[in-house]
Design a protein around this ligand. Structure first.
Ligand code: GUN
Ligand code: FE
Length: 459
């Protein structure tokens, strides 16, 4: 479903021009046509020249409220929808014991479709409320529940990659694929379901999802590589997240040169592959990933929560890798990509404490990873992640509280970001990144369709 009406969005807009530069347009006007695509962008309201004779006279108008701005929707390149009930629950565990203690028991309960319906409706609504217009979801091994997640994303209007998790070893017997044959059959069933509900993958795309190398037999990894070749469907998995995990991979795949080489040798390292974490990768592995043009999902909150390690994002970028952000719920404790931008900034500062100040990311860079970077990671850089004519209107309206001369009442605000008048755009944006949350996200659109709104916003 698209916008249905021509709509003109009036007010400041901000997006990432390059990795290090924001493009701020304080007096913008953006026209979005019925198909949800940006038809025109005017940069100066005073000289506004809305195209004549094409029906724009009758267009709906959406004006920025509360000292805010339009910003591209966020892209979550790695999130486990099924783990949402465990957000915030990890104790002092680390990856491999966390999987057994918290994760597999929860995921296995998705054999009950009523549970899946409750959780998946909530997680899609909640991520949308945080401005996530595109999400790369891991579901569980269950076909009906995975298909339901695809249905929910479609009906709520979130752009999504929906993956049925494949795992046929090193997991509880009651929660794993019976065989390579059933793993492929069930993965194909989920691909077929998306083809039925969204034949051109306009909004929903299936994604082949081997959980990670330790939980897949070589036979399954081989078959999943073939499934990718046959269907062209993208791939997502985990890599080099935790030291004991890396040691386990070496033990399980002794003939492989590296963890990265494991995926490469099974045909799973492709331009359509999203690799989550990438903490413990040698220069050689980074080079191989670059050569294959595979993509990286940086999950800073999760990496800190599970004390997995600090991903060296500056090094990954300098080595030419494409990087986006992932919440990795529930390794990560929050479904907010804005929070990941913040966590990425802090993790980069921890890296800088040992490796030098060049490791520090800037606010602009963190926002780039959250939008344009994510768009590149999911293969949609020409459609989402910024505001250009011809791109889809996947956007959020961010509103800011002004502490005015007339009133400094705490309940006057529209969210935690407080501006005191006269701040420059760079300051406003930094305040949003470091102190903002979903209360500042007044409205969210995907392909021009309003998919979330809060407070006083009226469409
Ligand atoms: N590695 C294998 N499975 C998982 C998972 O569910 N979450 C994270 N963070 N890492 C994993
Ligand atoms: Fe994960």
């Amino acid at each position: 479903m698209a916008a249905l009406h021509k709509t003109i969005y009036i007010g400041p807009f901000v997006h990432c021009a390059t990795l290090t530069e924001l493009d701020v347009c304080p007096n913008g006007t953006i026209g979005v046509s019925e198909d949800g695509k940006i038809a025109f962008i005017l940069r100066d309201r005073q000289e506004r020249q809305v195209p004549q004779g094409q029906g724009w006279e009758e267009a709906r108008i959406v004006r920025i409220q509360d000292h805010g701005f339009f910003f591209p929707g966020f892209i979550d390149t790695h999130i486990h929808a099924s783990q949402y009930p465990n957000a915030g629950v990890f104790g002092s565990s680390t990856l491999l014991d966390w999987l057994n203690t918290y994760t597999f028991p929860l995921e296995s309960s998705f054999k009950h479709l009523d549970k899946a319906a409750r959780v998946y409706n909530r997680v899609v609504a909640r991520t949308l409320s945080h401005g996530t217009t595109t999400a790369c979801y891991y579901a569980t091994i269950h076909v009906p529940a995975t298909n339901l997640l695809a249905d929910i994303c479609q009906s709520r209007g979130q752009r999504a990659f929906v993956g049925r998790v494949c795992m046929d070893r090193m997991s509880p017997e009651h929660y794993q694929d019976e065989s390579t044959e059933t793993a492929i059959r069930d993965s194909q069933a989920c691909i077929d379901h998306v083809k039925q509900i969204d034949p051109h993958f306009d909004l929903i795309t299936p994604i082949i999802t081997p959980r990670f190398a330790p939980s897949c037999t070589p036979e399954s990894l081989t078959a999943l590589g073939h499934l990718h070749q046959r269907t062209g469907v993208p791939i997502q998995t985990h890599i080099a997240e935790n030291k004991p995990e890396c040691a386990l991979v070496q033990e399980l795949f002794p003939e492989s040169k590296s963890y990265t080489d494991v995926y490469d040798s099974f045909g799973l390292l492709t331009p359509k592959t999203i690799l989550a974490h990438c903490i413990y990768l040698s220069e050689e592995e980074q080079h191989l990933i670059r050569t294959r043009d595979s993509k990286v999902s940086h999950c800073p909150a999760s990496n800190t929560a599970l004390s997995s390690g600090t991903a060296k994002v500056r090094q990954l970028l300098d080595n030419g890798l494409t990087v986006g952000l992932g919440t990795d719920v529930s390794g990560g404790y929050t479904p907010s990509i804005l929070a990941q931008a913040r966590e990425a900034l802090f993790v980069s500062r921890h890296v800088a404490m040992t490796e030098g100040s060049q490791a520090k990311l800037s606010v602009e860079e963190a926002l780039y990873l959250a939008t344009r970077g994510g768009a590149q990671v999911v293969g949609l850089a020409d459609r989402i992640g910024g505001f250009e004519v011809g791109m889809d209107w996947d956007a959020q309206m961010v509103t800011l509280s002004e502490v005015s001369e007339k009133s400094d009442e705490l309940d006057q605000g529209v969210g935690p970001v407080e501006i005191f008048g006269g701040e420059e755009w760079g300051v406003k944006i930094a305040k949003w990144v470091y102190t903002g949350d979903d209360r500042n996200t007044a409205a969210v659109w995907v392909k021009g369709r309003l998919v979330h709104s809060r407070g006083m916003f009226k469409a």
